[in-house]
Design a protein around this ligand. Structure first.
Ligand code: SF4
Ligand code: ZN
Length: 735
């Protein structure tokens, strides 16, 4: 351990803890010890403190306790030339730094509630996002578990110029890393502002996260890492060894510092080293090279800007294959969330402005040439900025193992595969596709054939086992698009009918999905023809196809066995499977009930239903509705209460499609129990819902269901239900 770093870091830690004491004293005076303290929308309190110490900070007084711990942890100041024989004291100083910084930031949330812009993206006025809430953690954390994101880079300071900032951020995005930005440089500049100035889209969707202006905002990165270990690693709060080891082994993170490294930065660097995260600096600071806590070196300095990212990857032992597709655009999952704004559009296709359609279809082996890409009709060179074109994308596949059931699975990839290209935006699917091509993509040489090249390269890479050859044809003439629209709609209809006509009684096999066990270890979705997986992404046919593609994968066939109860939806085979797949934690569950042993809920349900006892019914709310619901909780709180792979009678996660299934909460009386749901959800599912309601003999049921415009408590909606003669009010008591 370099003595200079140790002494500077310990000095910095002392200063940060001192600052926290000052903030604490002021807050105590101003708000009193009982005033509530929290980061927004989280069940993890102040996460580093909660994870490492097992101590939930709930009020200002609790901060006093934490600061006492910091004082005890802080090693005495070391003289400049004093030799520290081992890392211990310096690492303690690093931990104390993080605890103190969390206290500082928590007090900021009380003092200046508008300082941070909560949510995914900064607004025009407010750049800093602050601590990630649990919804963001769940959504993004999964990517750390499933490998879509190997880790993150914490950036402190500001690049020497905007161009360098932009280059480095792209290099990090290409490696699929998240970029957590905090701390201004000594001259007050920040990396986040540089990216913003360069017109780079920042926020969680593009993985470039502006946490905060001050150095203390660095702790939000440590908090994210700590929560990842707690929620995805299933580690108990307070088990600090496991948390640090989880991060060292599982999260490929490192810090990049730009410009003069202050004592406070050193202190944060020491904190990072605890987690096994090395620090790479662009300035000549003393290095800590021996391996130990980190995979390789702890601090590597004086690295030229062009080499920083590569060096960091090497030091952290990060092996990433950059997605190479033969197109002139940068490509990777980090660009999936990037939008092409109106002013940046060169070409637009679909989205209601022109006709657009995309589909995958099988052809005979001798009818296609693998890798063949054709563009029929005007391309980029034939149009001018701001033009619109109709578009049909026809992907033809052939192979001995190819089946019609695989087509929709391949088709569903088009959305994210096209989105991964920087400068392209893809929304929707099937015949509601909408593609925007940005000016910068065109400047880099993009042509429509590149969409075909992307699909060819990526589909081969990911699904090469199920087909042998693939070619893509793109049509941009109105009459051609019309023709392909007709063909595609025919295919869609066939597919929909295949599943719509099927009932749970028709089949002997259901399918499991255990994809979500990575973060909800007991969770099993049992997918039946009439009940899709609760995330909405897996239908019975999808699971069957996926099982054929990958027989040892997360979708396994389940023999139904004997029927135990047709109303609840319980079968011997299903219960046996669930018991095994949950490692003995779940004995049995019902497919069609919300009250009687409902299915487990992981965390990615499209909707969550809850019993509304006063209205003798059930309400449901989807992920996009962030207001209050009659259950007395918002979606996020409901999700936090019910998710995690537990059975919670009275609550159940489900897909949107399931609402209009004949088996929807059949045990409680089905569709007629539904008394409240968000207005936009009503509109989204109206067509299918009305068809089902008509079968139930109440064609106008949807309009008798309350929504947020009627009220958001049971008391508020009850009179409306009475007035509309909602059927739930006269049904048997639900509880
Ligand atoms: Fe699979 Fe269910 Fe998770 Fe969807 S929610 S991915 S169906 S386990
Ligand atoms: Zn899930």
């Amino acid at each position: 351990m370099s003595k200079i770093i140790a002494s500077a870091g310990i000095r910095g830690a002392h200063r940060i803890v001192e600052q926290a004491h000052k903030k604490f004293d002021e807050a105590l005076d101003k708000f009193g010890g009982n005033h509530e303290v929290a980061f927004p929308n989280t069940g993890y309190y102040l996460p580093v403190i909660y994870g490492i110490l097992g101590y939930p900070v709930k009020k200002i007084d609790d901060i006093g306790w934490v600061l006492n711990r910091c004082d005890a942890l802080l090693p005495p100041l070391v003289k400049e030339n004093h030799y520290l024989p081992y890392l211990g004291p310096a690492l303690d100083a690093g931990m104390a730094t993080f605890f103190a910084e969390e206290c500082i930031e928590a007090i900021r949330y009380i003092e200046d509630p508008d300082y941070y812009q909560p949510g995914e993206e900064p607004s025009e006025e407010r750049l800093w996002l602050g601590a990630a809430d649990d919804v963001i953690l769940r959504k993004r954390g999964v990517e750390f578990v499933d490998g879509t994101a190997p880790g993150f880079a914490a950036i402190l300071g500001a690049a020497p110029d905007i161009e360098t900032a932009k280059k480095i951020s792209i290099q990090l995005q290409e490696r699929n890393l998240y970029v957590f930005m905090s701390s201004h440089s000594t001259d007050g500049k920040t990396f986040s502002e540089q990216l913003k100035e360069a017109d780079v889209q920042i926020g969680w969707p593009t993985r470039l996260v502006p946490f905060g202006y001050d150095v203390s905002a660095t702790v939000f990165a440590a908090g994210f890492a700590t929560r990842a270990a707690l929620s995805f690693g299933g580690i108990e709060p307070g088990d600090f060894r496991k948390i640090l080891i989880y991060n060292k082994d599982r999260i490929f993170a490192f810090a990049l510092t730009f410009g003069q490294v202050t004592d406070e930065w050193y202190a944060n660097g020491l904190g990072a080293v605890n987690y096994g995260f090395p620090v790479i600096a662009d300035t000549p600071i003393p290095q800590i090279l021996p391996t130990g806590v980190c995979t390789y070196e702890h601090v590597v300095s004086d690295i030229p800007h062009e080499e920083m990212v590569e060096k960091a990857a090497e030091v952290r032992g990060l092996k990433v294959t950059i997605d190479k597709v033969p197109i002139p655009l940068t490509y990777g999952p980090a660009f999936e969330g990037e939008r092409v704004r109106k002013g940046d559009v060169f070409l637009e296709m679909g989205g209601g402005r022109t006709l657009a359609v995309e589909y995958v279809t099988s052809v005979e082996m001798d009818q296609l040439k693998d890798g063949n890409i054709e563009v029929v009709g005007p391309d980029i060179k034939d149009i001018k900025e701001g033009d619109k074109l109709p578009l049909a994308i026809r992907v033809e596949v052939a192979g001995r193992k190819m089946q019609a059931d695989f087509e929709p699975i391949l088709e569903r990839q088009i959305h994210h595969l096209v989105n991964y290209a920087q400068g392209l935006m893809h929304i929707g699917q099937r015949d509601i596709t909408w593609i925007r091509v940005s000016k910068s993509a065109v400047e880099k040489g993009f042509t429509l054939a590149d969409i075909g090249k992307i699909l060819h390269a990526k589909l081969h890479g990911d699904f090469g086992t199920i087909f042998d050859k693939l070619q893509v044809k793109l049509y941009t003439k109105e009459e051609d698009v019309q023709e392909h629209l007709k063909i595609a709609r025919g295919l869609y209809r066939q597919r929909d009918e295949r599943i719509e006509g099927m009932t749970d009684e028709d089949v002997d096999l259901f399918y499991s999905c255990t994809l979500c066990q990575s973060f909800a270890p007991n969770h099993v979705c049992v997918v039946t023809p009439e009940r899709t997986g609760l995330c909405g992404a897996y239908s019975w046919l999808d699971c069957r196809a996926s099982n054929e593609i990958n027989p040892t994968g997360p979708n396994q066939p389940i023999e139904k066995g004997e029927i135990i109860d047709p109303v609840l939806g319980q079968w011997t085979g299903v219960n046996e499977f669930v018991f095994k797949a949950s490692r003995g934690n779940i004995e049995k569950y019902s497919a069609y009930s919300i009250l009687n042993e409902p299915m487990t809920s992981c965390g990615c349900f499209e909707c969550i239903a809850a019993v509304a006892p006063m209205c003798n019914g059930v309400m449901t709310v989807d992920r996009d509705f962030n207001g209050m619901t009659p259950a007395g909780m918002k979606f996020t709180t409901l999700a936090g209460t019910v998710g995690g792979g537990l059975i919670t009678p009275g609550f159940v996660g489900h897909s949107k499609l399931y609402i209009s299934s004949k088996k929807f909460l059949k045990a409680e009386g089905g569709l007629k129990r539904l008394v409240w749901m968000p207005k936009h959800l009503k509109e989204e599912i109206r067509e299918r819902f009305e068809k089902r309601a008509a079968e139930e003999g109440i064609p106008d049921l949807l309009d008798r269901i309350a929504d947020e415009t009627v009220g958001t408590t049971e008391e508020e909606i009850y009179p409306f239900l009475e007035e509309k003669k909602h059927p739930a009010l006269t049904m048997d008591p639900i509880m």
